[in-house]
Design a protein around this ligand. Structure first.
Ligand code: UD1
Length: 329
């Protein structure tokens, strides 16, 4: 499959990872159509050269009409709900937005006769509490919340669809995505975020009094949870190499996206303290339900098979860019 001349459809392109990725695609010379309902995404995050279509994923007819009107070169499907706790309270909404959302897009493409390859946003949450760390793509999947299950079901649907249609796909399992564009043009705007680095920025800027450290008795080097924090620009590049791999005739596959090493909650706090030159107010608390002790990606497949070369891989830059962005928000 070589790249056709048409645009790349980016669903959820107004969101955090979707915006960084579609800007990077445009900077690499590709044409982009963003399809987003702007429920959690932002119009300001759309690149001036991208065409925005405001619409719902469930509107299959609309997506099919779009795919009939332009020959799509590829589809990157980000649009989804991503809050683990919310997924426990509202599972139906998660299966609807995430699993049915993917099905709608695939059905629309099929109905339009499109053969565009699909890159899909999955998550390390499909591993649940992984049996071994780092987790490879062969580590058994055992999600422990509806969010992770909604993504795991989606992965299966995509694989089955590829088997019958021959349309290739790439599944990217993100570990902990953080940071902002190094040139300050984009970052995470998500309201009421629950992510450690976003919350640490809010504390650093006095928008929040202190940070809670969830759990100090994990079997990790300092007792706090360890995660593989990946800079959002390196993750955006992973989508581009994934799509180019399919255009060059590569086969479908599943890939972990992380650096292969982790940082503890206390190490993240120390990094902020170093950047700020002062203490970051925090208090030690008990564990948060459902948190694994350690989540680290074995990402050799992404590097070896796709030639992905991370540019950042540095906790200091991740925290610094996130803080700069938060300051300018
Ligand atoms: C979770 C999901 C991940 C999903 C991500 C974004 C799992 C296993 N992971 O990541 O798939 O993509 O949310 O929705 O379900 N922490 C604190 N204090 C805080 C916040 C966090 O100590 O105020 C700790 C956590 O206990 C954890 C680490 O910081 O050890 C990272 O937490 P967080 O940023 O919330 O992401 P995950 O829960 O790892």
């Amino acid at each position: 499959m070589s790249k056709s001349s048409g645009p790349i459809l980016v669903t959820g392109g107004a969101g955090y990872i979707g915006s960084h990725t579609h800007h990077a695609l445009i900077e690499r010379g590709y044409e982009v159509i963003v399809y987003d309902n702007l429920s959690t995404g932002f119009r300001e995050a759309i690149h001036p050269q991208a065409r925005l279509i405001q619409g719902e994923l469930s509107d299959e007819a609309r997506v099919a009409e779009l795919a009939r009107s332009v020959p799509l070169a590829g589809v990157i499907h980000f649009a989804a709900s991503i809050r683990v706790e919310e997924s426990v309270a509202r599972p139906l909404d998660y299966y609807w937005n995430n699993t049915s959302g993917l099905m709608s897009v695939l059905r629309a493409l099929r109905n339009a006769g499109s053969c565009a390859p699909v890159v899909f946003s999955s998550t390390a949450a499909v591993y649940g509490q992984p049996e071994r760390s780092p987790a490879s793509e062969e580590t058994p999947t055992a999600p422990i919340n509806p969010y992770g299950r909604s993504k795991l079901f989606s992965e299966s649907i995509l694989r089955e669809h590829t088997e019958v249609s021959g349309i290739p796909h790439m599944i990217l399992r993100y570990f902990n995505v953080a940071g902002a564009r190094r040139d300050g043009r984009l970052g995470q705007r998500t309201a009421n975020a629950t992510h450690l680095i976003k919350l640490a920025c809010e504390v650093a800027l006095g928008k929040r009094a202190e940070l809670a450290v969830f759990g100090t008795d994990y079997p990790t080097r300092d007792g706090t949870g360890v995660r593989d924090y990946i800079h959002v620009e390196d993750l955006a590049q992973a989508h581009i190499v994934a799509l180019e791999h399919l255009w060059n005739g590569g086969s479908s596959g599943t890939f972990n996206c992380g650096y292969g090493h982790g940082s503890s909650v206390l190490e993240v706090i120390r990094t902020f303290e170093k950047i700020l030159g002062r203490a970051l107010p925090h208090r030690l608390e008990g564990r948060r339900a459902g948190d694994p002790a350690e989540l680290i990606a074995d990402s050799r497949r992404l590097r070896d098979l796709l030639g992905w070369k991370p540019e950042v891989d540095d906790l200091d830059t991740i925290c610094r860019t996130a803080l700069e962005w938060e300051r300018n928000l």
